[in-house]
Design a protein. Structure first.
Lengths: 160, 559
C-alpha cells in the first residue's frame, strides 16, 4: 500500500476535525497520521493527513473531502517537492552507566535533551519520519519509558 | 427582533410557505413566533411523518422541503427521514430545537447531540452559536441544500438564542462559503469526446437516474434519446424522467428490472449514464455490468465518477447543462438498426407478466395496472418499501418527472404515506396515491390524523398479503421457505382503522371490484381513503437478479 500525504486546508471552526475523521471512518479509509494546526490566516487551519491507499482510493478520498463544506482545498503532496517534518519526544532510561552513550547518540541525530531525571532523559527530535524511526530504534535498547510523536506536517518547496 | 422571528423572516425570504413539524419544549419560542407567521405549519403526529412529508413536498415540487422538531427525541425521530433524503439527494432544511446554549454538553433534559448524530447523513449541518448568525446560516443552509447535488441540511437552534432580542437589519446578501462553490460550466473537450463516441455507437443505451429529475433535464434527455433513437432505461429514482409509454422506453433496470433493460445493458457498446451512481441494486455484480460498453458518465458529484464503476468519458456537470451542449454535436439518426430489432424482440419475448392466484385472490400487479388505467398516469404515486414498491415501478407507466416518490437509496418502510401528504400539499390539484404494503403502512399509519386535520384526500392502496412480502420472497427463494417472523396475519382491520380516524375505508377481495373501488376512492375530496386490497399471499416480484448474480441471468417471469 502506498502512503499519500494530503495537505488539507479547512475552516478553523469547531467540529471540523470530527467531520474529517467521520468521513474517513465511514468510508473505511485508513489514516496513518493526522495533524492539525493554525495557519497564517486565523480563519483557516491546515491538516496534514497521511493516508494509505492506491491512486483510486486517494482520488476518492480527495473527492469526498472536497464534498465537506468546511474543506477549502486538498493537495496531494506525496510526489511533489515537499519538506516534511515530525517532532518526537522520547523518555528513555538512562542511569550513569549509559548516559554518555545516549548523549552521543542524540548528538549524531542532531536531537536535543530537554529534561534530565535521576534515571531518565527526555530526548526531543525533529526530522522526517525515517530519521525519527531511526532514532527510536537506536534508543530502544536502553529502554524507552514513554514516546510521543506529533505525526507529520508537510509543506511544498518554493513558491507555487 | 427575537431570534425566532428572525428565523421565520429568513425562511420567508427563502420562499418557504409551509413547514411540517411537531412542537416541544425547546422549540417553544419558534412555535410562539409561528403563531403570528404567514408560513403554514402542518402538525404531524410523529416527527418521522414531518421529515418524510417535507421530503415528499420537495420531491413533488422541486422546492426545498422544511421540517421542524424539538430537541432530543424530537430531533432523533427525524434521523431516518434525514438519512432517506440524504441517500436520494433531496433538498431539505431540517430545523431542530436545542437546549439553551449554556446547557449544551451538560446532559440537560431532552438534550441530544443532533449535529453529531446527523454528521454522516447530512450534506452539512449547523449548531447556531449566536442570534446574529441566523440570517447567514439560513441563507447558507438553503444554498447548500438545493445546489449542486442536493441534500438535507440540519440547523440546530438553542432555545435561548431563539428568545434573545437583537437589533436586526436584514442585510445578508449573497453568501460566500469558502469551501463550497456552485458548479457551473462543463469541460467541452469531454463533451466532444462523448459526442464522438455516441455518433459512432451501434448499440447505445441511456441509463438515467435521479440526477435527471433533480436537474430538470427530462425534456433534454427526451430530445437526446429521440434524436439519436437511443433506448432509455431508468433507475428506480429515475422513473418518470422518461415517459414509460415512449417507444424507446425499456423500463427499469437492475435487480427487478425488465429483461429487455438488463439485456440491453449486457449487450450495449456505449452506455450513457446520466445522473446515476451505479448502485448495487442496479448493477448487480459490477464486474459484469455493461461488459461490452464504453461508459460515458455525467453527474454533478465528482465523487460519484469512478466510485463504483470505471468510466471512459467522465463529465462532472449538471445533466441538463451537459445535454444542452451535447445534443447539437450529435448527428441525428433516422433509421432503425439491428439494435432496435434486437430490443423489440426482447420486449416481445420477455414482457413483464404475472400468473393468476390459485385461491382466486387478487393479483397485486393487477391492482397497480388498474391504478394506472384509472389515472392514466396523471397522478403522483408514492410507495412504501418492498414488493409494493417494485410492483409500482414495474407496472405503472410514469409520464412525468416528480410523479414517483419512493425511498430508493435507504429503502425506508413507512415513507410513502407521509410523503404523499407532503406531495398533496405541494400539488393540491394532483391526485396522490400511496401504493403500500400491509407491513409498511403500519409504520406511519398515525399520519391519518394529519391527513384528516388538513382534509387531504390521499388514497392509500394497501396490497395486503398479510406478509412482509419482500422478506418472505427472499426466505422462500433463498432460505428454504423458512418464513421466520414475516407473517403479518395479526394486523388491524384497516377499514375500521380508517373509520376510527374519520377517514374512509374500503376492502376489496375480488379482482372485479378493484376498478370500482379505485373510482369510488378518487371521488372523495375531503379526507384520506384506505383501500385494503386482499391480494395473493405468496406472489413474488419477478423477474429477479439473484443476489451476487449478474443482470444477464434473471429468475422468473419468462412465460
Amino acid at each position: 500500500m502506498n502512503k499519500h500525504t494530503l495537505a488539507v486546508t479547512v475552516e478553523n471552526k469547531p467540529g471540523v476535525l470530527t467531520r474529517v475523521t467521520t468521513l474517513f471512518r465511514r468510508r473505511g479509509y485508513n489514516i496513518d497520521s493526522l495533524t492539525v494546526g493554525t495557519t497564517e490566516n486565523p480563519g483557516i487551519s491546515r491538516m496534514t493527513i497521511v493516508v494509505e491507499g492506491d491512486d483510486k482510493v486517494i482520488e476518492q478520498v480527495t473527492k469526498q473531502l472536497y464534498k465537506l463544506v468546511d474543506v477549502c482545498k486538498v493537495v496531494d503532496i506525496t510526489r511533489e517537492n515537499s519538506v516534511d517534518r515530525e517532532l518526537a519526544m522520547i523518555k528513555v532510561k538512562a542511569d550513569n552507566n549509559v548516559r554518555a552513550e545516549i548523549v552521543q547518540l542524540v548528538d549524531i541525530f542532531r536531537a536535543r535533551i530537554v529534561d534530565i531525571g535521576r534515571n531518565s532523559l527526555i530526548v526531543e527530535a525533529t526530522g522526517d519520519r525515517r530519521k525519527i524511526d531511526a532514532l527510536e530504534d537506536s534508543l530502544r535498547p536502553f529502554g524507552i519509558i514513554e514516546l510521543v510523536r506529533t505525526g507529520k506536517i508537510a509543506m511544498l518547496r518554493g513558491i507555487k | 427582533m427575537k431570534g425566532a422571528e428572525i428565523l421565520l423572516h429568513c425562511l420567508q425570504k427563502e420562499g418557504v410557505d409551509v413547514i411540517f413539524g411537531y412542537p416541544g419544549g425547546q422549540a417553544l419560542p419558534i412555535y410562539d413566533a409561528l403563531y403570528d407567521s404567514p408560513i403554514q405549519h402542518i402538525l404531524v403526529r410523529h416527527e418521522q411523518g414531518a421529515v418524510h412529508a417535507a421530503d415528499g413536498y420537495a420531491r413533488a415540487s422541486g422546492k426545498t422541503g422544511v421540517c421542524l422538531a424539538t430537541s432530543g427525541p424530537g430531533a432523533t425521530n427525524l434521523v431516518t427521514g434525514i438519512a432517506t433524503a440524504y441517500m436520494d439527494s433531496i433538498p431539505m432544511v431540517v430545523l431542530t430545537g436545542q437546549v439553551g446554549s449554556l446547557l449544551i454538553g451538560k446532559d440537560a433534559f431532552q438534550e441530544a447531540d443532533i449535529t453529531g448524530i446527523t454528521l454522516p447523513i447530512t450534506k452539512h449541518n449547523y449548531l447556531l452559536e449566536r442570534t446574529e448568525d441566523i440570517s447567514r446560516i439560513i441563507k447558507e443552509a438553503f444554498v447548500i441544500a438545493r445546489t449542486n447535488r442536493p441534500g438535507p441540511v440540519v440547523v440546530d437552534l438553542p432555545k435561548d438564542l431563539m428568545e434573545k432580542t437583537i437589533d436586526f437589519k436584514d442585510d445578508t446578501e449573497e453568501v460566500h462559503i469558502r469551501g463550497y462553490r456552485v458548479m457551473k460550466g462543463v469541460n467541452s473537450g469531454q463533451i466532444i469526446a462523448a459526442a464522438e463516441m455516441i455518433n459512432q455507437s451501434e448499440r447505445p443505451v441511456i441509463y438515467a437516474g435521479g440526477g435527471v429529475v433533480a436537474s430538470g433535464a427530462a425534456p433534454e434527455m427526451k430530445e437526446f434519446a429521440e434524436k439519436m433513437k437511443i433506448p432509455v432505461t431508468t433507475t428506480l429514482m429515475g422513473m418518470g424522467a422518461f415517459p414509460g409509454t415512449n417507444y424507446l422506453a425499456l423500463g427499469m433496470l437492475g435487480m427487478h428490472g425488465t429483461r429487455s433493460a438488463n439485456y440491453a445493458i449486457g449487450e450495449c457498446d456505449v452506455l450513457i449514464a446520466l445522473g446515476v451512481r451505479f448502485d448495487d441494486r442496479v448493477t448487480a455484480k459490477i464486474q459484469h455490468f455493461a461488459p461490452k460498453a464504453s461508459v460515458i458518465h455525467i453527474d454533478i458529484d465528482a465523487a460519484e465518477i469512478g466510485k463504483n464503476m470505471d468510466v471512459d468519458v467522465p463529465i462532472v456537470s449538471d445533466v441538463k447543462e451537459a445535454l444542452r451542449l451535447l445534443i447539437p454535436r450529435l448527428q441525428a439518426r433516422e433509421e432503425y438498426s439491428e439494435w432496435h430489432q434486437t430490443i423489440s424482440r426482447w420486449k416481445e419475448e420477455y414482457p413483464l407478466n404475472y400468473g393468476s392466484s390459485s385461491e382466486g385472490r387478487i393479483m397485486p400487479q393487477y391492482v397497480v395496472e388498474k391504478i394506472y388505467e384509472v389515472t392514466q398516469g396523471d397522478a403522483i404515486i408514492t410507495t412504501e418499501v418492498g414488493q409494493n414498491q417494485m410492483w409500482a415501478a414495474q407496472y405503472y407507466k410514469f409520464k412525468q418527472p416528480r410523479t414517483f416518490l419512493t425511498s430508493g437509496g435507504l429503502g425506508t418502510m413507512g415513507y410513502g404515506f407521509p410523503a404523499a401528504i407532503g406531495a398533496k400539499i405541494a400539488c393540491p390539484e394532483m391526485r396522490v396515491i400511496d401504493i403500500a404494503g400491509d407491513g409498511s403502512i403500519q409504520m406511519n399509519i398515525q399520519e391519518l390524523g394529519t391527513a384528516m386535520q388538513y382534509k387531504l384526500p390521499v388514497v392509500i392502496c394497501i396490497l395486503n398479503n398479510h406478509f412482509l412480502g419482500m422478506v418472505r420472497q427472499w426466505q422462500g427463494l433463498f432460505y428454504n421457505r423458512r418464513y421466520s417472523h414475516t407473517d403479518m396475519t395479526h394486523q388491524p382491520d384497516f377499514v375500521k382503522l380508517a373509520e376510527a380516524y374519520g377517514a374512509v375505508g374500503i376492502r376489496v377481495t375480488k379482482s372485479e371490484d378493484v376498478e370500482e373501488a379505485l373510482k369510488k376512492a378518487f371521488q372523495i375530496d375531503d379526507r384520506p381513503v384506505i383501500i385494503d386490497f386482499w391480494v395473493e399471499r405468496e406472489a413474488n416480484v419477478y423477474p429477479m437478479v439473484p443476489p451476487g448474480g449478474s443482470l444477464q441471468n434473471m429468475l422468473g417471469g419468462e412465460e
